[in-house]
Design a protein around this ligand. Structure first.
Ligand code: ZN
Length: 453
């Protein structure tokens, strides 16, 4: 290797990231309650061993965030790059798992556990790579910050939002890299990687409806419970509006590129709002259809129902919690008006949590260009496609203090293994080779973007 060859991840580094991911998976950070402290301490210990000076910041007892800064070796005034990963995970139904969810078992070429792809893999890769860059004194001309945060899965309040509100100077960056993309999807014979440049906003609503109470022996067709059921049924039948955002237009056109003629002709019809719902019903893979549908419109999922307390009493009040997700370009008020129109005028809507869609990150930036360059070398046959994420991430918090966010936590999945199935699903796991590949990709990206060229 010549001395001018770029710094690359070696086998010891990729192994370190596998070991670290395994160790993090063995720490149960199910949120609620979160209890991210032990995981944050583990990251801090590793980083300290690399000569960094990580800080643990608790937003509440046990709700720990860890932040560390790998300093540029030469200061040319370039703003920092931020790597982010949340340390908490969603709950599990252990009886559905082939391997215990908090044991970090390696079997069938995969590392199993809750958080394996969402997203202790990114925490492990980031810590391992930053530590090594520090130890090997790789020349950098901008700072690289790592933020391992609490509470993403329950709304980010104890994590990224709290950091942005209380310690913005520690995590402020020009570009932020986090979850929401970096994985591949197979469509037909084509393989794509996605990078998240936009995400939907949140509007959680308590919808309440009233009716006359009475005795259960004397049914009332206009009871609160019947009205609630009818409203929910209208929501199921009509859904909310669809609108094509520029990101989705580009995404669909990029998917169509290189497909057989029939698919190439059909895919763009997804962009016609009247046609998309019918088109999606015909897709053989309904999990893909649900994801595409969510990217093409505002959505509202009824989740929690409340009414009554005794079997023989008709209650006067019935409530449903609705998880609303809002496309970029739609305001909370517009969303509520739309929801009200579907549920009906009798419903009272109370917003319990809302934030705006992430500001769409530019699809042309020096950092995104760098991701493209790295991927063009590593995966020349798989296009990298910008997309809109239907769920939320820590992006909103970090973009609120000035970062431009790209969801790209690199992982390579074999054909037949779908990111969407494992994301919050049973048997979450990551292919060990895919994690090694991700570590190499992240190293290439950091060296290319922050390294002295
Ligand atoms: Zn996540």
């Amino acid at each position: 290797m010549s001395s001018s060859a770029p710094y690359r991840a070696d086998a010891a580094l990729t192994q370190h990231s596998v070991d670290l991911c395994q160790a993090l998976l063995r720490i149960d950070t199910t949120n609620p309650p979160g209890n991210e402290r032990e995981a944050a301490d583990l990251c801090a210990t590793e980083l300290r061993a690399g000569g960094l000076e990580p800080v643990i910041l608790e937003s509440a007892p046990g709700r720990a965030n860890v932040v560390a800064r790998l300093r540029a070796t030469r200061d040319v005034g370039k703003p920092p790059l931020l790597l982010t990963a949340h340390l908490d995970v969603v709950g599990v139904d252990p009886e559905h798992w082939e391997h215990p969810p908090f044991a970090g078992v390696i079997a069938d070429g995969c590392l199993w556990g809750r958080g394996a792809i969402d997203m202790k893999n990114m925490a492990a890769m980031s810590v391992a790579v930053i530590k090594r860059l520090a130890q090997d004194r790789v020349p950098l001309d901008r700072d690289v910050i790592f933020a391992g945060v609490a509470d993403e899965e329950a709304g980010c309040r104890h994590g990224s939002f709290w950091l942005a509100d209380n310690h913005a100077d520690l995590v402020r960056s020009e570009f932020a890299l986090g979850e929401g993309g970096g994985f591949n999807m197979h469509l037909g014979n084509k393989n794509f990687f996605v990078v998240q440049v936009a995400e939907k906003g949140v509007c959680w609503v308590k919808a309440r409806v009233r009716g006359e109470p009475g005795h259960g022996s004397l049914p009332r067709p206009d009871s609160a419970v019947h009205k609630l059921a009818a409203g929910i049924e209208r929501l199921r039948r009509r859904g909310l509006s669809q609108r094509v955002t520029p990101v989705m237009r580009d995404f669909v056109m990029a998917l169509a590129e290189g497909q057989p003629a029939a698919v190439k002709a059909l895919l763009p019809r997804l962009l016609e709002p009247g046609i998309a719902p019918h088109w999606l019903k015909l897709l053989p893979d309904q999990s893909v259809a649900r994801a595409l549908g969510a990217m093409l419109g505002n959505t509202a999922s009824p989740t929690v129902l409340r009414a009554g307390s005794k079997t023989n009493v008709i209650p006067s009040l019935a409530e449903v919690d609705i998880d609303g997700r809002v496309l970029p370009g739609t305001t909370t008020d517009e969303f509520l008006a739309e929801l009200q129109a579907v549920l009906g005028p009798e419903f009272e809507l109370e917003v319990t949590n809302a934030w705006n869609p992430m500001v769409t990150s530019p699809r042309e930036s020096s950092f995104l260009e760098c991701i493209h360059e790295v991927m063009a070398v590593r995966e020349p046959d798989a296009p990298l496609v910008p997309y809109l994420m239907p769920g939320f991430t820590d992006a909103t918090a970090f973009t609120s203090i000035g970062a431009r966010w790209y969801g790209f936590a690199p992982v390579k999945l074999p054909k037949g293994m779908k990111f969407a199935d494992m994301f919050h699903g049973h048997n979450e796991r990551i292919p060990v080779d895919g994690l090694r590949w991700g570590t190499e990709t992240l190293t290439d990206l950091l060296v290319r973007f922050a390294g002295v060229r």
